[in-house]
Design a protein around this ligand. Sequence first.
Ligand SMILES: Cc1cc2nc3c(=O)[nH]c(=O)nc-3n(C[C@H](O)[C@H](O)[C@H](O)COP(=O)(O)OP(=O)(O)OC[C@H]3O[C@@H](n4cnc5c(N)ncnc54)[C@H](O)[C@@H]3O)c2cc1C
Length: 277
Amino acid sequence: MKYIEPASLPEALEILSADDEARCLAGGATLVAMLNADLVEPSTLIGLRRIDELAGISVSGDHIRIGATTTHAQIAGDDRLTGNAAVVRDAARQIAHSAIRNMGTIGGAVCHADPNADFPGALVAANAVLEAAGQSGRRQIPADEFFLDYLETSLEEDEILSAVMVPVEPVGARGRHLKFSRTHGDYATISISLVLAINSGACSHARVAVGSAGPAPVHLAEVDALLTGSDLSGETIKQAGQKLMEAADPVDDVRGSAEYRRMIIPGLLQRAVDELR
Ligand SMILES: Cc1cc2nc3c(=O)[nH]c(=O)nc-3n(C[C@H](O)[C@H](O)[C@H](O)COP(=O)(O)OP(=O)(O)OC[C@H]3O[C@@H](n4cnc5c(N)ncnc54)[C@H](O)[C@@H]3O)c2cc1C
């Protein structure tokens, strides 16, 4: 197996498209474990850490751009991620332990597309857009369309995720990611990512996504519509929770049965609303 550390994105894309068996290496938190377990056998590893344009967070106009190799710890500690983007920072803060947060990157996390991970739901709730770079240019993929199935995304094999774009708007919105897990540092049994804006007691914006509830984050436009314009009464939250529960399709595993996971959703949604109100 070869290891190459290109200094630019075009160089990395050239290596990737010339070799079907090549694979990007970001933080390595997951990929190295998969290599050690002989689950993958790439011919070439393309280390992304020397590519400056993939690193760091910048604010420009109507969005916050998070480079693909930005670590969870950098996201968790960045005070510019407020309002709508706070849901992404909140998710980063709750990933595993500090060793993993210092190692793992947002690009690696979303490209691996583990349905139990914290970023997918948070990015859907924040209405984020993922930027995919290919040799013929860049394309933007809404988070809602990026996560397709268990460990499957809409990124093409010859593309590299370059950044995640989180909208600054809506003004006055606030985000919260609530994670229900067996122990501190574990993957979520269920997570709720919620962005709300409240004006004079009424909800003027709502976007909610549920993680660990199926192969991809569960997001229902009808639930957002039910909450938006409402006074977020207990009855409305209960109805919203019921709809999300019915749409969820979780697995039975060591973190909980599918039925148990579903049952957590309404209460966790209520708690997220209470914390944001
Ligand atoms: C012990 C442990 C506990 C964890 N707990 C949690 C948790 O509680 N919550 C949670 O959300 N996550 C958790 N994770 C996952 C972790 O946070 C990382 O997100 C994950 O390891 C992937 O990030 P990485 O940068 O290490 O990617 P890597 O391991 O380097 O890569 C992962 C995959 O993404 C591909 N890839 C990486 N970057 C790109 C890119 N820019 N473009 C295209 N493909 C790319 C790689 O080829 C590989 O297939 C845990 C991981 C471990 C090991």
